[in-house]
Design a protein around this ligand. Structure first.
Ligand code: F6P
Length: 345
């Protein structure tokens, strides 16, 4: 059984290797590349070097150069930091309409990397926490065998197929939260060492909670089960739940997911009613699935309506989905409300 005192991310990966070891080495190397990229993004954000560029992609700087938004800068860091490693067959991200082909000059590998390089980026302007989210999938056999270009359909794998997933949170400290499918581990960036150090082994989402997060400005679009759940929370100790709730909304999903991992809670960005035509806001492949795997691996739940998020079969690279995740008991209650008859108060 490995001991984790003063355990860096690289040591953790080595100590957690499971047969076949050669497969582990490739995945470890990919995770370390991602960790390095997240350190670069953290540094970029912290230095404020590009503060003027935040949210102002397309503006011209004092040198007459067109500035890139931090989303694009972060996306470039992901692409350039992984494409030459030999571990990836292709990449896809929120910032790129189509899958990215690893250029021919580099060897192609057996994994696909799907990511949201800077989630909640509108929060950069107001100095509130943001994050990066990533998901690792296996490339289809024929891609690995022939080295052919990747296609959109290669990425359309359900969340259960993820080999690894996690996020970096750029807050007062930078953290990396990771699952390789056997529990969830949180690492904190030690600025002195310049390394991620294991600080939160085997994270567990508390099963119960009295805290919810939802953008209630969308209340008129909610479906009845969500309205019922929120109304009951708001009714507090004088309603059917017989306890008071608290509400939070950071508008930065990684920050909300992290809060929920630390102390429990639920996050809801549900799909709207059919009439509203709102399919949900968050993207299945690089937001809902990686966060869903992390939350499930920590003993929480993640659903899209009645279905576990990880069981949704993707149909498009940038597909949106209604997403609700967090403490097990509350999410199971929400799932139950979705299957029960509409409740008439
Ligand atoms: O990318 C989506 C996102 O920025 C999430 O990080 C966040 O939870 C959500 O959008 C906020 O949405 P809204 O602006 O509707 O509150």
């Amino acid at each position: 059984m490995p001991t984790f005192s003063h355990c860096t991310l690289s040591r953790f990966l080595v100590e957690n290797e499971q047969p076949p070891l050669h497969a582990c080495h490739d995945l470890d190397a990919l995770i370390l590349d991602v960790a390095l990229i997240c350190k670069s993004i953290a540094k970029t954000l912290a230095l404020g070097v590009l503060a003027d560029a935040a949210g102002s992609g397309g503006a011209v700087n004092i040198h007459g150069e067109v500035q890139k938004s931090l989303d694009v800068v972060s996306n470039d860091l992901f692409v350039h930091g992984t494409q030459g490693s030999g571990h990836l067959a292709g990449l896809a991200s929120e910032e790129m309409q189509h899958p990215y082909q690893v250029p021919d000059v580099y060897p192609r590998g057996k994994y696909l990397l799907v990511f949201d390089p800077l989630d909640g980026s509108s929060n950069v302007d107001v100095n509130v926490s943001v994050g990066s989210i990533f998901s690792v999938l296996r490339a289809p056999q024929d891609v690995v065998a022939t080295g052919r270009d990747v296609r959109e359909e290669d990425f359309l794998q359900s969340g259960r197929e993820q080999v690894a997933a996690g996020y970096a949170l750029y807050g007062p400290v930078t953290m990396l939260v990771l699952t390789l499918g056997h529990g969830v581990y949180g690492f904190t960036l030690d600025p002195g060492l310049g390394d991620f150090v294991l600080t939160h082994p085997m994270l567990r989402v508390p099963a119960d909670t009295q805290e919810f997060a939802i953008n209630s400005a969308n209340a008129r679009f909610w479906e009845p089960p969500v309205t019922r759940y929120i109304e009951e929370c708001v009714a507090g100790s004088s309603g059917p739940r017989q306890k008071d709730f608290n509400m939070r909304w950071v508008a930065s999903m990684v920050a909300e997911a992290h809060r929920i991992l630390m102390r429990g809670g639920v996050f809801l960005y549900p799909q709207g009613t059919k009439e509203s035509g709102r399919a949900g806001r968050l993207r299945l492949l690089y937001e809902a699935n990686p966060i869903g795997l992390v939350v499930e691996q920590a003993g929480g739940r993640a659903i899209a309506g009645v279905l576990p998020t990880l069981d949704v079969q993707p149909t498009a690279l940038h597909q949106r989905v209604g997403l609700m995740f967090g403490s097990r008991d509350e999410i199971e209650r929400l799932a139950r409300y979705h299957t029960e008859q509409p409740c008439h108060h």
